[in-house]
Design a protein. Sequence first.
Length: 225
Amino acid sequence: MAEEIDFDAILKKYHSDPYDYVDIRATQTGRVSFKITEGSNVNSPSGEWLHIPGTPLFEITRERNPKIVTAKTNGTIASVRTELEGQFVEAGEKLLTIRHPLKKKEVIENILKEVLDLFPAPERAKYFFSLDIQSRIEKRGARAITIKPGDEIITMSLMKRDTPIYYTGEAGVIHSIYFTPGLSVDQGQPLIGICASDKLPLIQKVITRVKADWDKLIEPTTLEE
């Protein structure tokens, strides 16, 4: 992590474009039929238990079995690969992009991902903290837990097999947790964000600066708390 962070440059970047651009890919091999167009507004799952699905994005049919894929985030359709309408695509093919308006806490999380040491998921799988780490987190909280290279920190559950995952980054405390135990995480997505103990004041400075300056830089109608 860099010793110095150009706060003004970071905030200026999010001020000029306070959005995430979420690429949506084919969930399986099949023939695609889009349910939205460029510029359409889409909603994420809603309801008390998020039991109401998000906006339908596309239908993908494989062996005469159609499957509707719905939005997991809210925003506006920034682009659609209309040339793929009615075409057969492979799993993982990029189909469209959602422009998601960032909330203040999401901006903070995005900035933290730029300055923390991220430990990514090695495979698309379900993940759990190791029993020792989970017990220590429950007793003391994640940010009181220091890990070092070689520590068994996470268990990967894939194809009904559990595999221990050993930490390979720099020693530090678990500052941020990006996965929910038992839910699938895509390969390469961060599982945890690690911060060297002596860098914690710097991280807090990032958070404080964003909270202090954000409302002055972004129109109130653009972001929410």
